[in-house]
Design a protein around this ligand. Structure first.
Ligand code: PGA
Ligand code: MG
Length: 213
């Protein structure tokens, strides 16, 4: 049995279009909308960092941060309509569970929208534990949430699966081997991210887990 913890945005789910929709509903009408590429580039470190990046990119008044933050959270729980699980995610989670592994989610998305989107996509049942970016005082790349999830899952071999430099740094800080999903939202070239293994299709994951477990 291996404890396998997953990142959420850009790893299990492709959620950037819904996040883009929230951001563009909040931007003043005289501003050019965020592109999907900008949205993906701003994601991964949680809502506060996303908003700071958006404020910097559009030259918005930083005093408006609190209003943007409130508006973002008010829309986030229901912004699920364009979000999909990456191909093969449900089948792979099912087979990992059937093989006896215990699964968790460690995301910088706030816990409420994270729970909402997992339920919406029928994925919630696979996970024993989930922590969001606002669940603890620390968030990734601080290892605290990942370590708390792992403590909850037992004390066997562990893996962290994610899509970004932040996830690699989190796993490194927690001394857990990192597996990179290459189709998500990395900030730079995926080849430059340090990892114990990488995959582009979820069907490849069970073999990687077996190799490293
Ligand atoms: O909310 C975000 O910035 C994305 O979070 P995640 O990639 O850690 O799931
Ligand atoms: Mg991610």
């Amino acid at each position: 049995m291996t404890r396998i913890v997953f990142d959420l945005d850009g790893t299990l789910i492709d959620s950037a279009a819904d996040v883009q929709g929230i951001a563009n509903a909040l931007l003043p009408p005289d501003q050019p909308p965020l592109t999907l590429a900008e949205t993906r580039a701003f994601m991964g470190e949680g809502v506060p960092t996303f908003l700071q990046r958006m404020i910097a990119a559009r030259g918005l008044d930083p005093e408006g941060y609190d209003t943007l933050h409130k508006g973002f959270l008010a829309r986030y729980d229901t912004a699920v309509g364009q979000t999909t699980a990456y191909p093969g995610v449900a089948e792979t989670l099912e087979s990992l569970r059937a093989a006896g592994h215990r699964l968790g989610v460690c995301t910088n998305k706030p816990a409420r929208p994270a729970r909402a989107v997992l339920a919406h996509l029928g994925l919630a049942e696979y996970f024993d534990v989930m922590l969001g970016g606002d669940s603890l005082p620390q968030r990734k790349p601080d290892p605290a949430p990942l370590l708390a999830i792992l403590a909850n899952l037992g004390d066997t071999h562990a893996l962290y699966v994610g899509d970004s430099e932040t996830d690699a740094a989190t796993a490194h800080a927690a001394a857990v081997p990192f597996l990179l999903f290459t189709e998500g939202y990395p900030k730079g070239p995926a080849e430059a991210i340090d990892c114990a293994g990488r995959f582009s299709r979820f069907a490849e994951l069970p073999d990687l887990v077996a190799e490293l477990g």
